[in-house]
Design a protein around this ligand. Structure first.
Ligand SMILES: C[S@@+](CC[C@H](N)C(=O)[O-])C[C@H]1O[C@@H](n2cnc3c(N)ncnc32)[C@H](O)[C@@H]1O
Length: 485
């Protein structure tokens, strides 16, 4: 971010526009909405500017720009029709450290102008750092269409009521909740409809309710955040993220997803220091209960879906045992997302009638799976956390009678920019993983193929060539204990 968006207080401050033509008029129209003191300097000034100046109270100075015009000026716009004259304004302004905008000259400017949606006092500024103004225009049009014309009246009215809320509710959490109810509910509708009496009644009702409520109950949402691509978040997950006072975040949650959360929400990393890479499950449970008991809305963010290899049940039980309300917001699990990303159907009407998810993680290296059932023809499953235990899976399945040529597909970092997908055969799985440098997180699909579905393999797929394969044999005892992959 080269340009940092800020809102400048121009109340009563002097702003100078150098130029008397169309460019100057455009800037003047915008600035006329502020409470700044405005001055236009030019040898010739168009009639439209003169008319606006009369209406709004703008000082007009009829001479060619001179550096002494900058005395007392907080901000200057160089809006003349020739670049040479603008360069003189720019040099004089920079020498005095005055904030400068050269119209159509972002590189000479010290600030640039965003596209603006004006619902005063709600003002939305949209910028692309000059890279694609058309995008800014498109976003502006969407926001303009979405925000009612009198939307600003809601914020203006809220401003007049702030003190009353503060006097009645000393607790900041209670205040925030009350404002949420007012600004998202009937009070806002009444203000927008111009129903002053209705708005007043609803305001009093909400304030009375908040006052009599006493200690606020906290809550916990166990939110599945999907495989990584923020576009795969559900609408409900987005909503809960925006409401949350506290975020307890897992290792595999894409940091881009946190952009949906409030900036002032407390973030607790449950996957890294200082709470530790090995933040024990009991400690996470304790954090959830501790924060919710303070009356906070806690969002527990998990990769994929919370109920698939996510230990959500343990968290749910701990939170419930403390008498706190808890909900689960489902997310798109890695197997579903990875399959979709490589267009690999997980079931087929005739050939694949069941699909399972299995874990390749084991605390003690032992896999208590029904290998014989999994090895049968027509079985399909996705292995989670299976990169390191792939040799063990390969050996067990082959020993149980699975075909050496059973198709396998490995999808690493599914839905993320560095996604990779490799197709191989079961007997090649460990060598394919090693040769292709797959580190995970990855999903390994077994028993699924595009051909059976009448589809062609996607172009982005890497195919592990059988000629490369030298089946690695290893004993079961070699399988190292695995916790993640
Ligand atoms: C502890 S499990 C959590 C699974 C998660 N709850 C879900 O529903 O996807 C972590 C495993 O999920 C899989 N995984 C998560 N995100 C992935 C991604 N973007 N691409 C491929 N596999 C992923 C990997 O197998 C990883 O080791």
């Amino acid at each position: 971010m080269r340009y940092f968006p800020v809102y400048l207080d121009l109340d009563g401050r002097e702003v100078l526009i150098v130029g008397g033509g169309e460019k100057a008029l455009q800037k003047l129209r915008l600035l006329a909405k502020t409470s700044a003191r405005l001055r236009v300097v030019a040898e010739e000034i168009d009639e439209d500017i003169v008319a606006l100046a009369r209406e709004r109270g703008v000082a007009l100075v009829w001479h060619r720009f001179r550096p002494s015009d900058l005395a007392e000026v907080a901000m200057v716009f160089a809006a003349q029709d020739d670049a040479e004259s603008d360069a003189k304004v720019a040099a004089a302004a920079k020498a005095r450290g005055i904030q400068l905008n050269v119209v159509d000259g972002p590189r000479q400017s010290t600030f640039i102008m965003p596209a603006i949606v004006d619902r005063d006092p709600v003002v939305v500024a949209i910028g692309t750092e000059g890279s694609a103004p058309i995008l800014a225009r498109e976003i502006k049009a969407k926001i303009e269409a979405w925000l009612p014309a009198n939307f600003g009246s809601v914020a203006a009215r809220a401003m007049t009521l702030r003190r009353r809320v503060q006097e009645v509710l000393s607790d900041t959490v209670a205040r925030r909740r009350t404002w949420e109810r007012l600004l998202q509910g009937r009070w806002r509708s009444a203000v927008l409809a111009g129903d002053d009496e209705g708005a007043e009644r609803e305001f009093d009702r909400q304030l009375d309710a908040a006052q009599s409520q006493g200690h606020l109950a906290g809550s916990v949402s166990l939110i599945g955040c999907g495989p990584g691509d923020p576009d795969l978040l559900t609408l409900k997950a987005q909503q809960r993220l925006q409401e949350a006072d506290v975020l307890v975040v897992d290792r595999l949650v894409n940091p881009a997803i946190l952009e949906y959360a409030r900036r002032d929400a407390l973030r607790i990393d449950a996957g890294k220091e200082p709470e530790g890479p090995s933040v024990a499950q009991e400690d996470i449970n304790r954090i959830l209960v501790r924060e919710a008991l303070k009356g906070q809305r806690v969002a527990r963010l998990k990769g994929g879906d919370a109920f698939i290899f996510g230990r959500a049940a343990e968290e749910m039980a701990a939170v419930r045992a403390a008498g706190i309300s808890v909900e689960v917001v489902p997310g798109i699990t890695a197997a579903h997302a990875c399959a979709a990303s490589v267009s690999l159907p997980l079931t087929l009407r005739r050939q694949v009638r069941q699909f399972a998810v299995v874990t390749g993680a084991s605390a003690d290296g032992a896999f208590d799976l029904d290998w014989a059932a999994m090895a049968k023809e027509g079985q399909a499953f996705a292995i989670y956390m299976g990169v390191r235990s792939a040799p063990c899976f390969c050996d067990e399945l082959l020993a149980a009678g699975a075909g050496a040529e059973t198709p396998v597909v490995i999808v690493e970092n599914g839905t993320l920019a560095d996604e990779r997908a490799v197709a191989a055969q079961l007997s090649q799985l460990p060598v394919a993983i090693a040769d292709k440098g797959i580190k995970g997180p990855a999903i390994i699909f077994v028993g699924l193929d595009w051909a059976a579905a009448g589809l062609s393999r996607p172009d982005k797929l890497e195919v592990y060539e059988p000629a490369q394969a030298t089946r690695r044999t290893r004993s079961r005892a070699e399988a190292t204990p695995v916790t993640q992959g």
